[in-house]
Design a protein around this ligand. Structure first.
Ligand code: NAD
Length: 254
């Protein structure tokens, strides 16, 4: 049995893939031989684009400026991709889109709560509803949902974010049960990872010290989370169903 991961011939849709963890996942899928479609509300900055990397790997990457919390936009963008790329659909879906809000619970406005849930939870709903029929038609497929270790730990001033990620965990398990064994559905609950999201949450050196107060003594690089997504998309995870893997540097041991 070969021990290298080969996703040649597969198409992976990565949401929120213009930067951060999503970008690293898109890059890792290209390296594993997949073609990649990115839905992101913002196109990548020039230095973040993976067009050249895809070319070097003899693969394709397509960026579609799509708000994943908008169901019509998701369906239209997917239909447009299937038409222009002449593919049968999507083999791998990584629901990675996410935003965070740091605010005392009592100051949290209803609009902020709704916006966070629309981005972090409804995006998963819309993308799964759009992609699953295509996967079922093919008779196979794989979904990986990105949650957060904070869904388990909770955190002061992160109530809306942690609640939304708890919803992603539950949704992952229910979809895994509903669509097994045809579709493999699993999730990832990362610990702190060096991206714009994390840096935007940290204002003081003390907060950074708190972030790295874990057995490995550092935050993750996006590539370290991406490899978990590649594993879950590969046949090496064929006996995983509804599992949530947690690359977290030891901050949470279950
Ligand atoms: N960075 C961390 O420490 C950390 C830890 C645990 C979980 N996560 C989760 O990992 C995922 C990626 O986070 P990141 O740190 O790379 O964040 P990031 O802010 O660096 O990147 C998020 C990407 O999502 C896109 N996006 C936001 N709203 C969107 C929308 N409505 N439609 C489409 N795209 C949208 C952004 O444009 C951006 O490209 C998120 O779900 C986040 O909650 C991050």
């Amino acid at each position: 049995m070969s021990t290298s991961i080969d996703l040649t011939g597969q198409v992976a849709l990565v949401t929120g893939g213009s930067k951060g963890i999503g970008r690293a996942i898109a890059e890792a899928f290209l390296d594993a031989g997949a073609d990649v479609l990115v839905f992101d509300i913002a196109l990548p900055d020039e230095d973040q684009s993976l067009h050249l990397h895809a070319e070097q790997q003899q693969r394709t990457i397509t960026y579609s400026q799509t708000n994943t919390s908008d169901g019509n936009a998701v369906r239209d963008a997917l239909a447009a991709y299937c038409k222009t790329s002449n593919t049968q659909g999507i083999d791998i879906l990584v629901n990675n889109t996410g935003i965070s809000t740091v605010k005392p619970f009592l100051d949290l406005a209803e609009e902020e709560w709704d916006s966070l849930f629309a981005t972090n939870v409804k995006s998963v709903f819309h993308c799964c509803q759009a992609v699953l029929p295509l996967m079922l038609e093919k008779g196979r497929g794989c979904i990986v949902n990105i949650a957060s270790e904070l869904a388990y730990l909770g955190r002061a001033q992160f109530a809306a974010y942690t609640a939304s990620k708890g919803a992603v965990l539950s949704l992952t398990r229910s979809l895994a049960r509903e669509f097994a064994p045809t579709i493999k559905v699993n999730g990832i609950a990362p610990g702190p990872c060096d991206t714009d999201m994390l840096r935007g949450e940290i204002e003081t050196p003390e907060q950074w010290e708190k972030e790295i107060d874990l057995p490995l003594g550092r935050v993750a690089k996006p590539e370290e989370i991406a490899m978990t997504a590649v594993f879950l998309a590969s046949d090496f995870s064929s006996f995983y169903c509804g599992e949530i893997l947690s690359p977290n540097g030891g901050s949470l041991m279950r």
